[in-house]
Design a protein around this ligand. Sequence first.
Ligand SMILES: [Zn+2]
Length: 185
Amino acid sequence: MVRAMKHIKVEEVMSKNPRTVPGELTVKEGAELLKKNRVSTLIIEEEGRPVGIVTDRDFVVKVVAEGLPLDTKLREIMSSPVIMIPHDESLSDAAKIMTRRKIRKLPVVKDEKIIGILSENDIAKISPDLIALAQEYANLHRENSEREKIKEYVAGKCEACGQYSLRLTMYKGMLVCPECLDAMQ
Ligand SMILES: [Zn+2]
């Protein structure tokens, strides 16, 4: 691997075929799905829209450590909203988002679809130092993080036009869809 990290795109490294499940599944059912599908992340969907994310770590930190019953719904332990990254962004930007957001899994979006999941482990396999570098970078740039041009997506309703999108981005304090962003810039 000789290319610099900023030239490796997240879609080259992510795991494909993300597993999407309804939020009313129980944590027991969710854990069984992780095992059966050999994945570590579930995207939680309501009415066909991603509303949260549950990772293997949530089962330890939220279910076991807090002694939640096994019939707890996945929507009660999911992290929300879902923070995502465009498919053609770089691994180093992905590392920066993970560090800044304190998350270890990053769904990858192409058009209006989640096409994969990038994990901190996926990054570490290619560049063991990248997460640590991102941490250092975040510390250095804490004050002016607003000015950083790292692209991350959030799922939800556009605060300008009200339309649902997987690709909302923050612009002048508002979460807006790509169309409204174009119009505002
Ligand atoms: Zn809009």
